[in-house]
Each structure stands twice: as structure tokens, then as C-alpha cells.
Design a protein around this ligand. Structure first.
Ligand code: URA
Length: 247
């Protein structure tokens, strides 16, 4: 692999910044200063150092974010702030993108990565990866409506949703570690395995209800870290990455 690519993929800087760093004679490969980024190195065997500190090859980054309201799940947008803009500068060189979309007003669990294979597997409709949402509604839901939502409901365009799971949250019950939402009267968790456009909102619209607040709390077996405040993020642990890969 080219040295400049190795450095950029390891979070040292953008390709342009890497060029500068090399020019300043700050990079050593196996003890020798190298200024030519085009040389090929063995990313797993050669010892690459920047300012005397060894750089370990880390091509993929996996981030869990508690997405805030008002931010778009995309890498670029002309009008709104995007989730990737919330990340610190050190992640700029990784070309991270969000795995799937949450609506601009939906909060909660969003994975950002540059691992295209993992993203593809999580989003593939054949994998039926479960997505669990916490939902606050305008009106209460009856048992009959829950049955309809769970068995598959017809959306406004005629599509029938796959089976889902609905759990009613009692008033006063803790809501995924968020005490501010305890008092809200009409709340449920819904778990779906599809990812249709505005799916949860449309499912509740189909039973003449309205979603007032939506937050994703789980994707597959990976749960949103309850200690992450809205807008905060952290890298996944090795164990969590394994969990995601096994979906
Ligand atoms: N369903 C929705 O309606 N919106 C989301 O953001 C996610 C699921």
C-alpha cells in the first residue's frame, strides 16, 4: 500500500496534509525518514512512525452517535447541518458516512463508518436487521391497533409492512435512560425489520395516529449507549463491532 494512503487511512491527515507532514521530514518507515508518499509499504509489517510515535494501521472506523434533531443523516447537504459535520476533525480523513437514514427530526442511534461491507449487510433487506424505536404519539394505541401494526399494516400507497413488535411504555416507566420523557402519556417501542421511507411515521398514520417524537434505540443487537447525550458520539468497542458484524 502507498505510504500516503496508509497515513491518510490511519487518521494522520488528509492526502494534502500528509504531503506536508512528509515534506517536514516527520515520517519514518523502519527507522528511516521518508519524504516520498508514493513508496509502497507493508501496512501490517513495516514500522511507520510520526514524530517518533508508531502509527497502527486502522482502515475502518465505527462510531455510535446519538443523533440530534435538526441534523441530516448524510455527508453533504446544502441547507442543513449533516451528521458527519458533528464529528471532530480527527475523523475527517476517514470518509465516514451514516449507515442508513434517520429523518431530520428523528433522534437516537446512528452508526457512522467507512466500512461499506458492514453498512451493506446492516441495510440489506434480506438480512431483516431489527430496528427498535421509541415513539411518542398524539393518541393512545388500542390492543386492536397494536395487533394491526404487528401483523402488517397497509400504508397510504398500498404497501403492506412486514410483521413488527409493539411494546407499550407505561406512564412513569424509564425511557431508555432518558428521564425527561417519563411523563409523556402515549408512548411505545416499535421494532421493525424494514427501512421504508418514514416507515414508523407512516405506520402510525395508517391507524390515524401521529408520531410526535421518534428515537432509534437499537439496531440489531446493538443498543444505543444510554450515557451518550443527544449529539454525543463515541467509537464502538471491539465487542460492539463484532456484534454488528454478526447480524
Ligand atoms: N421511521 C421514520 O418514520 N423515521 C425515521 O427516521 C426512522 C424510521
Amino acid at each position: 500500500m502507498r505510504l500516503d494512503r496508509f497515513l491518510a487511512n490511519s487518521g494522520v491527515g488528509t492526502r494534502k496534509e500528509v504531503k506536508e507532514i512528509l515534506k517536514k521530514r516527520k515520517i519514518k518507515v523502519n527507522g528511516s525518514i521518508i519524504i516520498d508518499g508514493s513508496i509502497h509499504i507493508d501496512e501490517n509489517g513495516d514500522v511507520v512512525e510520526s514524530n517518533e510515535k508508531r502509527i497502527l494501521y486502522k482502515p475502518f472506523v465505527y462510531i455510535m452517535m446519538n443523533k440530534p434533531d435538526g441534523v441530516i443523516s448524510a455527508t453533504e447537504d446544502k441547507e442543513h447541518k449533516t451528521v458527519t459535520k458533528l464529528l471532530e476533525d480527527k475523523y475527517r480523513t476517514y470518509s465516514l458516512f451514516p449507515v442508513g437514514r434517520l429523518d431530520i427530526d428523528t433522534e437516537g442511534l446512528l452508526i457512522l463508518t467507512n466500512d461499506g461491507i458492514l453498512a451493506h449487510n446492516l441495510l440489506s433487506p434480506v438480512k431483516h436487521v431489527e430496528k427498535k424505536y421509541y415513539v411518542e404519539l398524539k393518541k393512545p394505541v388500542s390492543s386492536l391497533e397494536i395487533e394491526k401494526l404487528e401483523n402488517g399494516i397497509e400504508l397510504e400507497n398500498g404497501t403492506i409492512t412486514k410483521s413488527a413488535k409493539v411494546e407499550v411504555v407505561k406512564n412513569g416507566d424509564t425511557v431508555h435512560g432518558d428521564f425527561t420523557r417519563e411523563k409523556f402519556p402515549n408512548k411505545v417501542y416499535i421494532t421493525i425489520t424494514e427501512g421504508k421511507y418514514h416507515q414508523v411515521k407512516r405506520m402510525f398514520k395508517a391507524i390515524n395516529n401521529k408520531v410526535l417524537y421518534l428515537k432509534r434505540v437499537k439496531m440489531g443487537k446493538l443498543e444505543l449507549d444510554k450515557t451518550l447525550k443527544i449529539g454525543e458520539y463515541r467509537e464502538l468497542t471491539e465487542k460492539e463491532i463484532e456484534i454488528l458484524k454478526k447480524q
